[in-house]
Ligand binder design. Structure first.
Ligand SMILES: Nc1ncnc2c1ncn2[C@@H]1O[C@H](COP(=O)(O)OP(=O)(O)OP(=O)(O)O)[C@@H](O)[C@H]1O
Length: 908
C-alpha cells in the first residue's frame, strides 16, 4: 500500500475531520495574513491556557462516587516536542530555512518553505502556510539529553517504582532523532539508559536478589522451580556473554541475520552505533536523585527486562539469544490475552537484571537483532518498532506469597519513522515503509477513537481499533487505564521534509487531546473502598477485619487472602448489580421524562395543528361563501335579464299578434313549431324583426288599402261617367282604364312584396312563443288578401264590361259618324290602329260574360307581354297568396331566395 503523508500519519477520514476542530485562523491569533486567506492555523490541545491536571469528574463523571474515586485527578497525555539540530551537511545543503520557530516553551510555529507542498497548497488557497502547535513542553535543538530526561522521564521512573505502569513512545519522521532520544549516542546517553541508571540507583539495597519469581503474561508472576531458575540464569549469562563477545569490540564487523520472513532480509552495519552506545555514559550528578526514600517500606524489587520488535507486522524477540552468528530463522511471537482480556506477548523472554549495566548490556545484545537499514534519509534507520520493557516486581518477603507481589512496568517504545513509500527504491524498504505507516495509521485511529469517546460520553462509544495492528494491540493496556503514556515527537527542521514534519505534528496534536484513564491503583482503591463500606445486610462488615488497614491504604489488592478475595468478588458482583439497577431506574426515569416531554410536545403540536386547521377551514368557508354569493348574484342578473328579454319578446309578439289580428294576416307557419329551442339571442332578433317587419307591413297594408280604395273610387267614378250617355269621356275612360290596370299591376307587385315580407315575418315569428298565433294571423291576412284579390278580379271584370260597353258605344258612335259627313271628315283610324282593334271577332268574344273569358285576353287577343302577364295573373287568381309569393320569388332572380321555415328551423 503506497502511503501518502497527506494526513497526519495516515489519518484518512474521521481523523481529518477531527483535526479541523483544532484549527483556527490567523485573524483570531493575530498572525500574518493574506487577503482572503488566513495563513496561520492553530493546532493545539486547547486555545485556553492548558491546565496539565484537570478534575477527573470532568472527564469521567461515572467514577465520581462518594467513597470511591471522587476527587481523583486525571491527567492529559503529555506530548513533548524535541527538535533536533541540523547537521553540518544539512546546513550546507541550505536546509535551514526557518520553517520551525519556537515561540515559547509550549508553542511552536511552522512556516512552509517555498518549495514545499504545503506552500503550494497555501498558494492555491487550500490550506494555510503557517501552523501553530502547542505541546506540554518543547525542547529545542540545544536541549541536552539530561534536560530532556529531567522533564520527560524522570517522574515516570518514580511512578513505576510506586507501582504504576508507564509508557513512553517516540514518534516522528525518519531521521528525526527518535532513537537518539531513547538510546542516545556517545557521551549523550538517551532516556532509556538514564532511566535504568535512575531506577537501579533508587533501588540500591532494595533489590530482590532471588530469581524464584518471574513475570509472565500481562502482569502475572510465576514462581520458578530450581530447574527453571537455572535455565533463566543460563539465558541471562548467555546474553551478557554475547554482549561481551560482540564483534565490533573486536573490530566492528557486519552482523547478518535472517528476518524470519523472506530469508536474509535485513542487514545492519551497527558497529559504529553500538560502539557509540556502548560508550554511553552519564554525566556526574545526572542521577543525583538516587535513593529510594519514597519507596514502600519492607518491599523489595525484582527487575526484569524484555526487548522485542514489530517488524512487518511480525513480533520478534530480540533477546532470544543464540550464540550463533550465522543467518538463522527467527521465531515469531504471538499475542495472547489473559483471563481479564489483557493482551500480552506469548513466550516473550524476560531477563532478570541486577544493575543498570546489566540492563544496558542486555539492551545492546537485543539491538544486535533489531532491524536496521540504510535509507535515503538515514544511514541507520530503524525499520521496526522496538519495545524495551522493564517490569518491577514489588516483593514483600515478610508477607505470604499471595499478597506479596505487585507488578509495575515501564515500557519505552521507539517507533519506526514514517516516510514516503515512493521514495523507497528498494522493494524490501518499500514493504517495511508500508507496514510502518500502516501500523502508525492504526495508532492514529486508536488515539482518535479514544479521544472521541472521551469527548462524547453521552454518545455510543466508538470501537477503538486496537486489534488492527500488532503495535496498538501491544500498547492497548497503556491506553485503557492500566497505565499512562507519554509521547515524544521528534522533528527535523530540514526544509526538504517540511511536509512530513507538519503531518507528524498534526498527529501529535491529536494525541495531546487524550486524557489518561484511571490508573490501576485507582481501580484497586475503588475496589478496596467498596470492601470497606458497610454493606446493607452487614455481611461485609467483617470483611476487612482480618486485613490490616495499612495494606488496604496501599491499595494492593493482592494482599487480600483468598477468602477475602472471594468476598470482594461477591461485593463487586452486588455492586455491579446495584449499579445496573440504578441505571435501569435512571433509564426508566429518563424514558418517562422523555415520553412526557414528547407527549407534551405532541399535544402542543396537535393543538397548534387543530388551530391552524380551524383557521384554514374558516378561511376556506369564507372564501367559498363569497364565491357562491358572487355566483348567485351573477346568475340572478343573468336570469333576470333572460326573463326580461323573454317578457319583452312575449310582449312584442303579443303586440304583433294583436296587430295582426286587428287587420293583417301573417303568413301561416308550419304546425308543431314551438319556442322550446328559443335562445336569448334568437328572441331578441325575433323581437327586432317583428317590430320592424310588423310596422312596415302595417304601413304597406295601409297604403295598399288606401290605394285600393282610391282605385275603387276612381273606377266607380269612371263607371258613372261611362254610364252617362253622350259622355265625352270615352278617351278619358280609356286612359283611366289603362291607369287602373297599371295601378293594379303595381298593386299586385306590392302585394307580392308584401306577401314575401310577410313570409319573412312568418319565418322570424315561427321561432318564438307566439309563432303559432302569428301564423294563424298571417293565414287570416292571407285570406283577406285572397278576398281582396277576388274583389279586384270582380272590379276588373266590371272594368272589362265597362270597356266593352264603351267600345260598343264607340262603334255605335263611329257608325253614326260614318253616316254623317261630319263623321266622314273626322275618321278615327288612329284610334283603331292605336288599339289594334281592326278585328271584329274579338268583339263577340268580348261580349261574353267576364267570368268565362279573361279580361285582358279579351282586350289584347295577341300574345303580348301583357297577355302573358294576364294569363299568369289568371293562374294566380286561383292560387293562395303564399303560392303566389313563392312563384313571384322564383320569377324574380335579383331577389335572393327566401329561406323556407323548414330551413330556418334547421338553422336554428
Ligand atoms: N538532538 C540531537 N542532537 C544531535 N544529534 C541528533 C539529535 N537527534 C538526532 N541526532 C542525529 O540524527 C541522526 C538521526 O537520528 P536517529 O537515528 O535517532 O533518527 P530516527 O528518528 O531514529 O530515524 P529512523 O526512524 O530512521 O530510525 C543521528 O545521526 C543522530 O545522531
Amino acid at each position: 500500500m503506497a502511503f501518502s503523508l497527506s494526513s497526519p500519519c495516515g489519518f484518512r477520514s474521521d481523523e481529518d475531520e477531527e483535526m479541523a476542530v483544532f484549527e483556527s485562523t490567523a485573524a483570531e491569533h493575530g498572525g500574518p495574513s493574506r487577503p482572503g486567506l488566513p495563513e496561520l492555523s492553530v493546532i493545539s490541545p486547547g486555545l485556553d491556557p492548558r491546565p496539565s491536571i484537570i478534575e477527573q469528574k470532568a472527564v469521567k463523571p461515572a467514577a465520581a462516587r462518594p467513597g470511591s474515586s471522587d476527587g481523583v485527578k486525571s491527567e492529559r497525555v503529555e506530548v513533548f516536542l524535541r527538535i533536533r539540530p541540523l547537521t553540518e551537511a544539512e546546513s550546507e545543503r541550505g536546509e535551514e530555512q526557518g520553517c520551525v520557530a519556537v515561540q515559547d516553551e509550549e508553542n511552536v510555529l511552522l512556516k512552509a518553505p517555498k518549495e514545499s507542498h504545503s506552500m503550494r497548497a497555501a498558494e492555491r488557497g487550500i490550506t494555510q502556510s503557517m501552523h501553530k502547535f502547542s505541546f506540554s513542553k518543547i525542547m529545542g535543538p540545544e536541549t541536552t539529553q539530561q534536560q530532556f530526561y529531567e522533564c520527560s522521564m524522570k517522574k515516570m521512573v518514580k511512578d513505576v517504582l510506586q507501582g504504576e505502569n508507564r509508557l513512553l513512545y517516540t514518534y516522528g519522521v525518519t531521521n528525526s532523532g527518535k532513537t537518539y532520544t531513547i538510546q542516545g549516542s556517545g557521551p549523550e546517553a538517551g532516556l532509556l539508559p538514564r532511566a535504568l541508571s535512575s531506577l537501579f540507583s533508587k533501588l540500591q539495597g532494595r533489590l530482590y536478589g532471588a530469581m524464584d519469581m518471574k513475570p509472565i503474561m500481562y502482569q502475572d508472576v510465576r514462581h520458578l522451580s530450581a530447574g527453571e531458575i537455572r535455565v533463566e540464569e543460563l539465558r541471562r549469562n548467555s546474553l551478557l556473554k554475547e554482549d561481551d563477545n560482540l564483534p565490533f569490540r573486536r573490530g566492528g564487523n557486519v552482523t547478518v541475520w535472517d528476518s524470519g520472513i523472506g530469508g536474509l532480509s535485513s542487514t545492519s552495519n551497527i558497529a559504529t552505533q553500538l560502539e557509540d552506545t556502548d560508550s554511553v555514559c552519564l554525566e556526574p550528578g545526572s542521577l543525583s536523585h538516587s535513593g529510594g526514600d519514597d519507596l514502600e517500606e519492607g518491599v523489595q524489587f525484582s527487575i526484569w527486562v524484555s526487548f522485542f520488535e514489530i517488524y512487518n507486522e511480525f513480533l520478534y524477540d530480540l533477546l532470544d539469544a543464540s550464540p550463533s552468528l550465522q543467518p538463522r530463522k527467527r521465531v515469531t511471537l504471538r499475542l495472547g490475552d489473559d483471563k481479564q482480556g489483557n493482551p500480552y506477548v506469548k513466550d516473550l523472554v524476560w531477563i532478570q537484571v541486577r544493575s543498570a549495566d546489566e540492563a544496558w548490556r542486555i539492551l545492546k545484545a537485543g539491538r544486535r537483532n533489531q532491524s536496521f537499514a540504510s535509507t535515503h534519509l538515514n544511514t541507520n534507520s530503524s525499520r521496526s518498532h522496538s519495545i524495551f520493557s522493564i517490569r518491577v516486581l514489588h516483593v514483600n518477603p515478610e508477607a505470604n506469597s499471595a499478597k506479596a507481589m505487585h507488578i509495575s512496568e515501564l515500557s519505552v517504545c521507539d517507533l519506526a519513522g514514517s516516510e514516503r513509500c515512493k521514495e523507497q527504491r528498494n522493494g524490501e524498504r518499500m514493504k517495511e515503509a508500508n507496514n510502518i505507516n500502516a501500523s502508525l495509521l492504526t495508532l492514529g485511529r486508536c488515539i482518535a477513537a479514544l479521544r472521541h469517546n472521551q469527548n462524547n460520553k453521552s454518545r455510543p462509544a466508538q470501537v477503538v481499533p486496537f486489534r488492527d495492528s500488532k503495535l496498538t494491540r501491544v500498547l492497548q493496556g497503556f491506553f485503557c487505564g492500566r497505565g499512562t503514556s507519554s509521547m515524544v515527537v521528534n522533528i527535523n527542521p530540514c526544509a526538504s521534509i517540511y511536509d512530513e514534519t507538519l503531518q507528524a505534528l498534526k498527529f501529535s496534536a491529536l494525541a495531546s487531546q487524550l486524557v489518561h484513564g484511571p490508573s490501576t491503583k485507582t481501580r484497586v482503591a475503588y475496589i478496596l473502598s467498596l470492601l470497606r463500606e458497610p454493606a446493607a445486610d452487614g455481611n461485609e462488615s467483617s470483611l476487612m477485619e482480618d486485613e490490616e488497614e495499612s495494606d488496604v491504604e496501599d491499595g494492593d489488592i493482592s494482599m487480600l487472602n483468598t477468602e477475602s478475595m472471594l468476598q470482594a468478588i461477591d461485593v463487586l458482583k452486588r455492586e455491579v448489580q446495584r449499579q445496573r439497577e440504578e441505571k435501569e431506574v435512571l433509564e426508566a426515569n429518563v424514558r418517562e421524562q422523555v415520553v412526557s416531554e414528547v407527549m407534551e410536545v405532541i399535544s402542543g403540536m396537535e393543538a397548534g395543528f387543530s388551530e391552524t386547521l380551524e383557521a384554514e377551514r374558516a378561511l376556506t368557508e369564507e372564501r367559498y361563501e363569497d364565491k357562491i354569493s358572487t355566483l348567485q348574484k351573477h346568475l340572478k342578473i343573468f336570469y333576470s335579464k333572460q326573463l326580461n328579454e323573454r317578457d319583452q319578446v312575449i310582449e312584442c309578439l303579443s303586440a304583433a299578434l294583436d296587430k295582426t289580428k286587428a287587420g293583417e294576416a301573417p303568413p301561416p307557419s308550419p304546425p308543431g313549431e314551438d319556442s322550446i329551442a328559443c335562445s336569448g339571442g334568437l328572441l331578441r332578433r325575433s323581437e327586432r324583426i317583428n317590430k320592424t317587419e310588423s310596422g312596415r307591413l302595417q304601413v304597406e297594408l295601409d297604403q295598399c288599402r288606401a290605394e285600393l280604395l282610391a282605385k275603387t273610387q276612381e273606377l266607380t267614378k269612371l263607371k258613372t261617367q261611362l254610364e252617362a250617355p253622350g259622355s265625352t269621356g270615352t278617351l278619358v275612360a280609356d286612359r283611366k282604364l289603362e291607369d287602373g290596370q297599371r295601378n293594379l299591376r303595381q298593386l299586385r307587385l306590392d302585394l307580392q312584396r308584401l306577401g314575401a315580407d310577410l313570409q319573412s315575418g312568418e319565418r322570424a315569428c315561427c321561432r318564438n312563443t307566439g309563432g303559432e298565433k302569428l301564423r294563424q294571423a298571417l293565414a287570416a291576412a292571407d285570406e283577406t288578401l285572397a278576398k281582396q284579390d277576388q274583389i279586384l278580379l270582380e272590379l276588373q271584370n266590371g272594368l272589362m264590361l265597362v270597356k266593352a260597353d264603351l267600345r260598343r258605344k264607340a262603334e255605335t258612335l263611329a257608325q253614326k259618324q260614318l253616316a254623317t259627313p261630319l263623321s266622314a271628315a273626322h275618321p278615327t283610324p288612329g284610334y283603331c290602329n292605336k288599339r289594334g282593334c281592326g278585328a271584329t271577332a274579338p268583339i263577340d268574344t268580348e261580349n261574353r260574360p267576364p267570368q268565362k273569358r279573361p279580361f285582358f285576353q279579351s282586350i289584347f287577343p295577341t300574345q303580348t307581354p301583357t297577355r302573358r302577364y294576364n294569363a299568369r295573373f289568371a293562374e294566380e287568381a286561383n292560387a293562395t297568396p303564399s303560392s303566389r309569393i313563392l312563384r313571384s320569388r322564383q320569377q324574380s332572380p335579383p331577389r335572393s331566395p327566401a329561406p323556407t321555415p323548414r330551413s330556418l328551423r334547421g338553422k336554428y
